[in-house]
Design a protein around this ligand. Structure first.
Ligand SMILES: [Zn+2]
Length: 315
């Protein structure tokens, strides 16, 4: 009786094993095929044609037909608000650009101030924390000073980062000898917009296209939805949609010559004017704009000029 019951119980087992094996085999094939298609799709992810072409050798830009203030500012890596001080002291937003005009980006960083009627140079200088002499020292500010509407270049003052105490030997008043002070490092203020100059990789992935003539950055293939993070601390100066192929993109000004650009994002989690820290989430990898598959198009501009990110990243 017992043997009979056992045999009855045991008989269906081999059949179940066979079914399990079939299901496992099917799952293995399915998962392998799925991974193959995904990796091959991502491995070739890049722009379907180069974004924006090459870059002129210097930092002098000649206005071309079809240029807009925004497209030129992005191309040369300046904030939109700075453009007036690159074009004309009597700049007018209604007719900002003249085809053929040469725009030369000055060597020193600056802010651009629209002078209001009745404003004095002293008051303007005081509002930016600089001296009137430093404003007058820029020859651009001295041209056409009798114009009613005019823009002044304000030299950008780079404040020193908060001091970090070193391990110096301190002699304390009344003490008998030296005592070693503990190293004290102060955290950076939340609104500190200046980068460290050490740029970190903005995404985990693999390079599908390098920096070359006609391709102004690197393409990093990655799964759609992979986090994209800020390469360094800075201010978000653009966050939104690009009409020239970048799709959803973010530009960060690190205020130390560097500007970084992150393109083809599926989602953007930051907004213009926001200060972001190094490694802070900006958005997610996508394939928006001029793109053949999920990847990050990443550019670095060193004082307005595009450079090969691979020569700078991780240094
Ligand atoms: Zn690209």
């Amino acid at each position: 009786m017992n043997i009979h019951i056992l045999s009855l119980k045991q008989q269906p087992e081999p059949q179940r094993h066979k079914d399990t094996k079939k299901i496992l085999a099917f799952l293995c094939i399915f998962v392998s095929l799925w991974l193959y298609f995904l990796t091959s799709a991502v491995a070739f992810a890049q722009e379907s044609s180069p974004v924006n072409g090459g870059w002129p050798a210097g930092i002098e830009y000649t206005v071309r037909p079809g240029d807009t203030l925004l497209s030129v500012s992005l191309e040369i890596g300046l904030d939109l608000e700075q453009m007036a001080c690159l074009i004309s002291r009597s700049f007018a937003w209604e007719q900002p650009l003249v085809v053929g005009q040469k725009l030369t980006v000055p060597a020193a960083p600056f802010l651009c101030h629209k002078v209001q009627p009745g404003e004095s140079l002293t008051a303007i200088a005081a509002s930016y924390g600089v001296t009137p002499q430093s404003i007058a020292a820029d020859p651009w500010n001295l041209n056409g000073g009798d114009e009613y509407i005019y823009y002044l270049r304000i030299p950008l003052v780079i404040p020193q980062p908060p001091s970090v105490a070193d391990n110096s030997l301190l002699r304390l008043p009344g003490g008998t000898g030296g005592e070693l002070s503990a190293p004290v490092s102060q955290p950076l203020p939340a609104n500190w917009p200046y980068g460290s100059g050490h740029l970190a990789w903005p995404v985990y992935g693999w390079i599908t296209q390098g920096y070359q003539p006609g391709h102004s950055g690197i393409d990093v293939g990655a799964w759609a939805g992979t986090p994209v993070t800020a390469a360094d601390r800075g201010v978000v100066i653009r966050a939104g949609w690009s009409d020239i192929g970048y799709g959803n993109f973010v530009i960060i000004d690190h205020k130390i010559d560097y500007i970084t650009l992150y393109a083809h994002l599926s989602d953007i989690f930051v907004s213009e004017g926001q200060v972001v820290g190094q490694g802070q989430l900006l958005g997610t990898v996508g394939s928006t704009g001029n793109s053949t598959g999920p990847h990050l198009h990443f550019e670095i501009r060193d004082f307005g000029q595009r450079v090969d990110p691979l020569t700078i990243l991780g240094q």
